[in-house]
Design a binder for this molecule. Structure first.
Ligand code: APR
Ligand code: PHB
Length: 396
């Protein structure tokens, strides 16, 4: 088999790239290791920036998002037992975010791709990429137990943090910058209507908590927990009590979350990581294959989308004009945006969580920073601009 662009991984990056290329008349093949049901059920974050929504609409994947996505004009910060609202449109010239789960984005993209897109193979595990630095790279994969070969003009590694593409870049030209955090998130899905209209990010002495949602009937909630926490140590009652304690504010002492059946419970580690460059020869890295952010700023999916928009434009330029200028600039273009999002995610994470080794001095600094955001429109606008996402074109 031969294709112009061999795409490894059928997560949001790989699926959206295939759509964007298809719409530009460029053929591709997507190889995904897992089966369709697994990919469609994986629980991930749920905040889409304006640029992400625009890209999904342009790719033809905006219909259900426009019907079911929830438009959010702000978030609430809680700290020091008080609340501060961050008003996105007022602080960012009218920009906002959408609450629409990544699993739903993935379902929409898969349905489109299977209906009228290029090949999308499930149960197709890539074992090796050969000749990434030659004119004709080859992907070796196993599909339904049989070894196969895909000859490509270009390869794109959209295979996530645990994929094979990043390590196909020789160690001599690859550099990874990383940070781990001394805490994790315990996340639950609950059949309870969120009693709050906007997401709540809470700093408290007991640790960080986040109230998000999946729909008007389903709450998504997170608690900071120590690394290595076993979800079995957190019966539902304990989770609800702890969430209520962390969100408590003096202005509304009766404030409580609406409780409901907990339908999923898992522990997520937190990590920051960037691998440079995002290209080796004719192989490009996109999304989690190249960078990871801790989830506190909800940037992971949006960064992945920004990468593949840049890449799709670059392939279109090459096809239309013969110029590889955008392809050659791909890594540098993306990395500017990536590092901005890395900084923002790190800032949100370290400002809102309680480090187990934290001193009283450091806690005072966090509270001072949060108070600055609550009292200075400039400080608040800096947070809002980063949260809604920088427009594509500013950094990518
Ligand atoms: N062969 C084929 N597919 C593979 C291989 C392989 N060797 N290794 C990994 N994959 C697949 C995984 O099964 C997964 O479906 O690549 C896909 C990568 O998808 P994601 O991890 O979702 O990464 P990406 O598409 O870049 O999306 C980034 O996902 O982790 C979240 O927060 C992150 O929202 C962000 C988004
Ligand atoms: C989520 O809804 O899963 C979510 C929302 C905001 C975040 C992280 C996760 O910052």
């Amino acid at each position: 088999m031969h294709t112009t662009v061999g795409i490894i991984g059928g997560g949001p990056s790989g699926l959206l790239l295939a759509r964007l290329l298809g719409n530009a008349g460029i053929d591709s093949v997507v190889l995904e290791r897992r089966d369709r049901a697994y990919v469609e059920q994986r629980q991930r974050a749920g905040i889409l920036e304006q640029a992400t929504v625009d890209a999904l609409r342009a790719a033809g994947a905006g219909a259900r998002l426009d019907r079911e996505g929830l438009v959010h004009d702000g978030i609430e910060l809680r700290f020091d037992r008080r609340a501060h609202r961050v008003d996105f449109p007022a602080l960012t010239g009218g920009r906002r975010v959408w609450v629409y789960a990544q699993t739903e984005v993935v379902k929409d993209l898969i349905a489109l791709q299977l209906a009228d897109g290029g090949p999308l193979l499930f149960d197709a595990e890539v074992r090796a990429i050969e000749g990434a630095d030659t004119e004709s790279p080859v992907i070796r994969y196993v599909h339904e137990g049989r070894e196969q070969t895909l000859n490509c003009d270009y390869v794109v590694g959209c295979d996530g943090f645990h994929g094979v593409c990043r390590s196909a870049v020789p160690a001599s030209v690859r550099r990874t910058y990383e940070r781990t955090y001394p805490y994790s998130w315990l996340g639950i899905l609950a059949e309870a209507p969120p009693g709050y209209e906007e997401l709540i990010y809470a700093h408290s002495e007991r640790g960080f908590a986040l109230a998000s949602m999946r729909s008007p009937q389903i709450s998504r909630l997170y608690l900071q927990v120590p690394n290595g926490t076993d979800p079995a140590d957190w019966p539902d009652e304990r989770i609800w009590d702890e969430l209520d304690a962390r969100f408590a504010i003096d202005a509304d002492p009766g404030w409580r979350l609406k409780r409901g059946a907990v339908t999923a419970k898992s522990v997520l580690p937190m990590r920051s990581s960037v691998t440079e460059p995002m290209r080796y020869g004719r192989m490009f890295l996109a999304g989690d294959a190249a960078h990871i952010v801790p989830p506190t700023g909800a940037k992971g999916l949006n960064l992945a989308v920004a990468d593949v928009i840049v890449l799709a434009r670059a392939f279109a330029q090459l096809r239309d004009t013969g110029s590889a200028a955008l392809l050659d600039a791909y890594s540098d273009t993306c990395l500017r945006r990536v590092w901005r999002a890395e900084h923002f995610s790190y800032f949100m994470t370290t400002t809102l969580h309680t480090d187990p080794g934290q001193t009283a001095f450091e806690r005072k600094l966090q509270l001072s920073q949060l108070d600055r955001i609550a009292t200075s429109p400039h400080a608040c606008a800096e947070l809002a601009e980063n949260y809604v996402g920088l427009p594509l074109g500013v950094t990518a």
